[in-house]
Design a protein around this ligand. Structure first.
Ligand SMILES: Cc1cc2nc3c(=O)[nH]c(=O)nc-3n(C[C@H](O)[C@H](O)[C@H](O)COP(=O)(O)OP(=O)(O)OC[C@H]3O[C@@H](n4cnc5c(N)ncnc54)[C@H](O)[C@@H]3O)c2cc1C
Length: 431
């Protein structure tokens, strides 16, 4: 049993943690806060755009790697991504993610675009529309974050994956989540939807505004804890319903996050929340521990190996200073793409911003490497948003990279035991 420290509690850190526990390691997960999972759509994106919409994400990874030989998917091939995605889907279970990693589905967004993703929550799947479908988008007057008219207008104009069109209209119900609530979010509604009594009130209200034969699009708020709440709504309405994810706080993202955090906490992981890892303690090219800032003092956590999953710029793992210098805040790791003179340019929606591709370069074992390709520390592995050379939000590749790299990192941990074994093999080969 090796002592593993995982840094970060985003999709990459949580997945790596559980994979290490399953392999029998003793794991400490240190995080300064929650990860990006609950800001996202609550789906699993492998590859959505290249730049055109992708239908078979795993088939297209090779073409992406040919075009960008430094892309994380060039190291994490289709098999690694399939393994990572299937592992993640198994962790969260079929109540939360369904679909086929080989084939994208196209689901309506809150502005009525069709967004490609590989796996989605079962409550979203009826949003796969076909030619001739009749759809009604239902908003709630007291929920400001969902405009059914906007979603309906754009969806009605969209060409569906089968080349056809759907007839889409919009309507509202009037149903406060709580008496006197002035500023209800989807989260407020999701919490009250966990109560069967409110759910019944909701069904009764929606029933009055829908027509027979219509599929019903609803803001993603059909319950936070009860995974079957949406099924009850569909049964009550007697038709297919689909949830449409909204901006943060994202209820489907929170469902995934909470499920994984609960699993980590139940897995005898040492869970250090609210502490930032400030650096490492190294000896002979290996980390022997990491130093984390806790209340009032710094604590060293011993480690046989470390999985570094701190995210990118959005989580503060990477920082750009006023001299246009990018640095990695925890271990001051060498960064690829950081020497570009124009990291950011004004054409925001046109050319891609080189800054988005900055990160650490990794070897096959996900170990950050220097300019010569040598591992910076023999037992430091990286996972997720810290890895260089992907434009995640544009490609819709962030989730696939995160889970595939987390699983690869966990499976190839360089611990004293494995180092000794490979040393033994080396010396055997020399004889
Ligand atoms: C605007 C935007 C839109 C995006 N849209 C998409 C999309 O549509 N589809 C997609 O697939 N991807 C998208 N991405 C990318 C996706 O969000 C990331 O790939 C994903 O969140 C990375 O997960 P992660 O676990 O690596 O990092 P995060 O989710 O960022 O988690 C990092 C964790 O590390 C912790 N941490 C950081 N530093 C330290 C430290 N020193 N010590 C302790 N803890 C630390 C943080 O608190 C956090 O818990 C988008 C990204 C952005 C910025």
């Amino acid at each position: 049993m090796s002592k593993i420290v995982v840094i970060g509690a985003g999709i990459a850190g949580l997945t790596a943690t559980l994979r290490c526990v399953a392999a029998g390691h003793q794991v400490t997960t240190i995080t300064k806060g929650i990860g990006g999972l609950q800001l996202g759509q609550g789906t699993m994106d492998i590859l959505g755009y290249m730049p055109n919409r992708v239908e078979r994400p795993l088939d297209d990874l090779a073409a992406l790697a040919d075009e960008h030989p430094d892309h994380p998917y060039a190291i994490l091939n289709a098999d690694a991504v399939r393994t990572g995605v299937n592992y993640f889907a198994e962790l969260v279970g079929e109540d939360l993610l369904v679909g086929d990693p080989e084939r994208n589905v196209f689901l309506p967004t809150a502005v009525g675009a069709l967004r490609p993703t590989a796996l989605a929550q079962p409550s979203m799947m009826a949003g796969q529309l076909s030619d001739g479908d009749s759809v009604v988008m239902v908003g709630i007057r007291q929920l400001k974050d969902f405009y059914p008219g906007l979603a309906a207008q754009n969806l009605a104009r969209s060409t569906l994956p089968d080349g056809g069109r759907a007839a889409v209209r919009a309507t509202y119900i009037d149903l406060p989540a709580r008496k006197g609530e002035a500023d209800a979010t989807a989260l407020t509604y999701a919490r009250v939807m966990d109560d069967p009594t409110f759910r019944q009130l909701f069904v009764t209200a929606v029933k009055k505004v829908i027509e027979p034969g219509e599929k019903v699009g609803l803001p993603a708020m059909l319950g936070l804890k009860d995974p079957n709440s949406w099924r009850e709504v569909a049964e009550g309405l007697g038709t297919e319903v689909f949830e449409v994810p909204l901006q943060p706080p994202s209820v489907p993202g929170m469902r995934l996050n909470q499920t994984l955090v609960d699993k980590v906490k139940n897995a005898r992981v040492r869970w250090v929340y609210g502490s930032q890892v400030l650096g490492g303690v190294a000896e002979n090219g290996r980390l022997t521990g990491v130093v984390a800032g806790t209340t009032g003092h710094n604590v060293t956590f011993p480690a046989d190996a470390v999985i570094h999953a701190p995210g990118g710029f959005e989580s503060g793992a990477l920082e750009l200073d006023s001299y246009n210098h990018v640095f990695e805040r925890t271990f001051d790791l060498p960064l690829a793409g950081a020497d570009n003179e124009e990291l950011l340019h004004g054409n925001y929606w046109g050319e891609e911003q080189p800054l988005f591709r900055v990160g650490v370069r990794v070897d096959e074992q996900m170990r950050p490497v220097d300019a010569d390709g040598s591992a910076v520390y023999e037992n430091l592995h990286a996972a997720g948003g810290i890895i260089a050379n992907a434009n995640r939000w544009r490609e819709k590749s962030g989730d696939g990279i995160a889970v595939a790299s987390a699983v690869r990192a966990a499976d190839s941990l360089s611990t004293p035991t494995t180092a000794a074994a490979s040393g033994a093999m080396d010396s055997k080969g020399d004889n």
